[in-house]
Design a protein around this ligand. Structure first.
Ligand code: HAM
Length: 430
């Protein structure tokens, strides 16, 4: 009898109920991606290993221990992708996407590979969905990526999740923090594992996510080394989250296991199933572009969620949300104060069950209105500087071109009226 083969260990076949759950998550991700203005990207499963050694960092666990790397017949060093951010940035630079209107907003839903030690929730081939915003950075963008994730989780019936969040500083304040951390680790050297002894020299931040030694408990915290700009930036992200009632918890020791992060970093965890690993994570990564060959830093921010872990949680919480329709409303904004109000209004529309889209990454009103037009929405809501001060919005009926100013608190009611009118006009009469 010939040998009976098995799926490689740490990998799985997807069929039956598991396949249907995958499809469900994919559907909800795609719908939300379109609502929040993200377009799809698929990069190759294999990349030049340098994309990851330079991008993620040589002294990270992923690069040191977990990559599937090999030489091609021609002798090129390649690796199966362990994550999606570095390949997306590689694609952005390779195709000169910085010459297009910024930011570029991509989403992906793809398999990734890490040679991990086998345990529940850790696979060697796993799936992620991710969002990357490249070419513009702001607290509103950071916050909105987190909000988009909560929107997806909500649509999947997952409610018991919070985001643990920290800010690890820009290059300048991070190097002060590293110096202090290195000094602390030197004093604790005897209690460090072999890996952390090495990391103290090469990359002290990595010691903070070591599962083996407990040196991190009284370690210096990044928050105490932030410059004024970084502190303000962090504060703004938290304000946005508060405004949106996103459950968050500052975690002063959170650094994440990839070297490319440069500012705000966060992880999504279940508030009920404490035994579960984090379901996703992300943050700002302004310096990744330079590690991958760009001459200048390019602001960027993103997140990736583990699909298997999201499905586990979806099954535990036992609810599947409803599908939403294509957006009928678009919210455009001009100015910092208007952006804040627009973000809040966006979530109010969503909670009220109205399908709404935006383009908060774009600052020009013209390009936002162009996008609204392309999407074929029925109503565009415009919040300019003046409206933001007056607590008002402009409602534009896209078919008649008629505009009126209304109180922000009546925006949902007035928008519903226009949509109802349009629907009754377009429904066939028999
Ligand atoms: P990460 O934290 O390495 O971040 O992975 C994101 C998520 O992928 C994890 O929170 C987890 O849910 C899932 N995941 C990771 N490894 C495994 C595994 N072995 N088995 C199952 N699930 C796993 C990144 O990958 C970054 N690229 C996130 C990002 C995007 N940062 C900025 N943009």
């Amino acid at each position: 009898m010939s040998k009976k083969f098995q799926c490689p260990s740490g990998m799985h076949d997807i069929f039956g109920e598991r396949y249907e759950n995958f499809e469900k998550v994919m559907e909800v991700v795609k719908r939300n991606a379109s609502i929040y203005g993200f377009r799809g990207i698929v990069t190759p499963v294999i990349e030049d290993s340098g994309v990851f050694t330079s991008g993620i960092g040589r002294s990270t666990d992923i690069v040191e221990k977990e990559m599937y790397s090999f030489k091609t017949k021609r002798g090129d060093n390649v690796s199966l992708r362990p994550e999606g951010t570095a390949p997306v940035m590689r694609a952005y630079l390779e195709h000169n996407l910085y010459t297009r209107p910024q930011p570029i907003k991509f989403f992906y839903f793809s398999p990734f590979f890490r040679y991990e030690r086998q345990q529940a929730g850790r696979y060697r081939q796993f799936w992620q969905f991710g969002f990357e915003v490249i070419g513009k950075g702001s607290p509103a963008i950071d916050a909105q990526i987190i909000i988009a994730v909560f929107s997806i989780l909500g649509d999947l019936g997952i409610e018991n999740v919070k985001v643990k969040i920290n800010h690890i500083g820009d290059e300048k304040c991070r190097s002060k923090f590293k110096l202090a951390l290195r000094k602390y680790l030197k004093e604790k050297e005897a209690s460090l594992c072999e890996d952390c002894k090495k990391r103290t020299k090469e990359n002290p931040l990595r010691t903070l996510d070591c599962k083996k030694c407990s040196a991190k408990e009284n370690a210096p915290q990044a928050a105490n080394y932030l410059c004024r700009d970084c502190r303000e930036e962090f504060q703004k992200v938290l304000e946005f989250l508060e405004e949106m009632e996103i459950p968050y918890e500052p975690d002063p020791l959170l650094v994440r296991g990839l070297d490319y992060y440069t500012g705000v970093v966060y992880e999504f965890v279940s508030t009920k199933e404490s035994s579960l690993l984090e379901i996703g994570g992300g943050g700002r990564y302004n310096e990744l572009s330079v590690s991958l060959g760009a001459e200048e830093e390019i602001p960027a921010s993103g997140v990736a969620m583990g699909v298997e872990r999201v499905i586990d949680l979806m099954k535990k919480e036992g609810k599947i949300g409803k599908n939403r329709e294509n957006p009928k409303v678009f919210i455009a904004q001009l100015g910092e104060m208007a952006k804040k109000k627009a973000l809040k209004l966006f979530e109010e529309f969503r909670k009220a069950g109205l399908d709404v889209a935006e383009s908060f990454g774009r600052d020009s009103l013209k390009s936002q209105l162009g996008r609204a037009d392309k999407m074929g929405v029925l109503v565009t809501i415009i919040i300019g500087k003046e409206e933001a001060i007056e607590d008002k919005v402009i409602l534009r009926d896209m078919e008649s071109g008629k505009q009126e100013k209304v109180e922000i608190k009546n925006a949902i009611k007035e928008t519903r009226k226009i949509i109802k009118e349009r629907k009754s006009k377009s429904s066939p009469s028999f």
